[in-house]
Each structure stands twice: as structure tokens, then as C-alpha cells.
Design a protein around this ligand. Structure first.
Ligand SMILES: Cc1cc2nc3c(=O)[nH]c(=O)nc-3n(C[C@H](O)[C@H](O)[C@H](O)COP(=O)(O)O)c2cc1C
Length: 190
């Protein structure tokens, strides 16, 4: 099924999708830093900026990060020349109190990163399929950081590079109707 857009939104939002066919060719440092710059300018509660990044692009770090992915992700994400782990700091730096909004804010940063990737013609595919405990151990990540996702980054590749099963799934996912997302509090609507 093709995506349907009811309203005129940013082209990067329309065009972005989570491709798995990623080319192994290099992504420049300039491009990687541009993605992180976009994430950096996300808004956050008290401007805490809880997002933290571990960028794996050299062989040693890449092998280590690939090693914590589930086999079903490894099968395609191993080809990505860059993996970015996104962590989120659980407490406010100003008073060490719990930051209820930290994941919300880290999610915004990931969203900005993904749209900037689209603007640069790159895939940024987030994964939840990895071992949090192994990632924490492998990269010595402190307990005050929740590990949110590992993002595979690279240039769009050829569908044929994937196995048959993944080739069938290699298309932008559709969405629920906007009317299903607006929760009404009474008959007339909120
Ligand atoms: C937090 C998060 C975790 C995800 N985990 C995985 C994953 O482990 N493996 C995978 O192939 N895709 C994963 N995805 C991609 C989603 O399946 C995808 O975003 C969703 O189906 C919507 O499709 P679209 O991004 O193409 O619009 C994840 C996405 C997010 C945001």
C-alpha cells in the first residue's frame, strides 16, 4: 500500500522511511556531524539536552556495536558504514532530580536527526532490536544514561542486496488515519 498524505507537510517528512538496503560506501564526517548538529538543536525540558551519542564508524567500534544487535537486524544493518547509539540522561544536571521528559526529548532529537539525514539523501534507520545490557558493557555506558536506540546510517542501497524476505518488506510503511489519533473527550470532540 502506498502512503497517502492528507495535508501538505515538509518534503523530508514525506520522503523519509526506514530502508534496510544500505550501501557500504563511506558517509563523511561532515555528514555525520550535520546529523548530530540537527539533533543538538532539538528542544528539551529546561533545555537539559539529555541526548548523548556514540558514533561507530571505525572498524573496531563498528564491530563492537554490530555485535550487540539482534541477528534479525544484523542481517541488514551490518552493511551500514555508520551506527549511532543514542542514550538519554535520566536526571537533570541542574539538581540531579529525575527528568520525567528525558525520553520524550531524546526522541525529538532522533526525529530531527532522521529528517536531516533525509535532507542529505541518507538513510537513518532506528533499531530497538539490540541488547541494552551488552551495549552498556561494551561501551561502558553509565547507569544515568538510558540506552534508547542504535541508528544505522548510510546511503540508500539496492533492494536486491537484501534477502528475499526483507526485499518484500522494503517499502515505506503506511500510517493510521489521523482521525484515529485524535482522542476525543466527548461527543463534540476535544
Ligand atoms: C525506536 C524504534 C525502534 C525500531 N526498531 C527497529 C528494529 O529493531 N528493526 C527494524 O528493522 N526497524 C526498526 N524500527 C523501524 C520501524 O519499524 C519503522 O520506523 C516503522 O515501521 C515505520 O516505518 P517508516 O520508518 O518506514 O516510516 C524502529 C523504529 C524506531 C523509531
Amino acid at each position: 500500500m502506498a502512503r497517502v498524505f492528507d495535508y501538505n507537510i515538509l518534503p523530508e517528512i514525506k520522503e523519509r522511511w526506514s530502508a534496510r538496503a544500505i550501501e557500504g560506501t563511506e558517509v563523511s564526517d561532515e555528514e555525520i556531524m550535520t546529523l548530530l548538529e540537527a539533533a543538538r538543536y532539538a528542544p528539551s525540558c529546561f533545555n537539559e539536552q539529555p541526548w548523548r551519542f556514540i558514533v561507530a564508524k571505525d572498524k573496531g567500534a563498528l564491530d563492537k556495536m554490530r555485535g550487540v544487535l539482534t541477528p534479525s537486524n544484523r542481517v541488514w544493518a551490518n552493511n551500514a558504514p555508520v551506527l549511532i547509539l543514542i542514550g538519554s540522561k535520566k536526571t537533570f544536571s541542574r539538581n540531579s532530580k529525575e527528568n520525567y521528559w528525558h525520553m520524550f526529548d531524546a526522541g525529538t532529537a532522533w526525529g530531527y536527526l532522521s529528517l536531516q539525514a533525509q535532507k542529505l539523501g541518507l538513510v537513518a534507520h532506528a533499531m530497538g532490536g539490540f541488547s541494552i545490557s551488552e551495549a552498556r558493557k561494551a561501551f561502558n555506558i553509565p547507569e544515568d544514561l538510558d540506552i534508547m536506540t542504535i541508528v544505522a546510517v548510510g546511503k540508500y542501497g539496492r533492494k536486491e542486496s537484501l534477502n528475499e524476505e526483507l526485499q518484500k518488506r522494503e517499502q515505506p510503511d503506511v500510517r493510521m488515519e489521523i482521525s484515529e489519533l485524535i482522542i476525543k473527550t466527548d461527543k463534540e470532540g476535544a
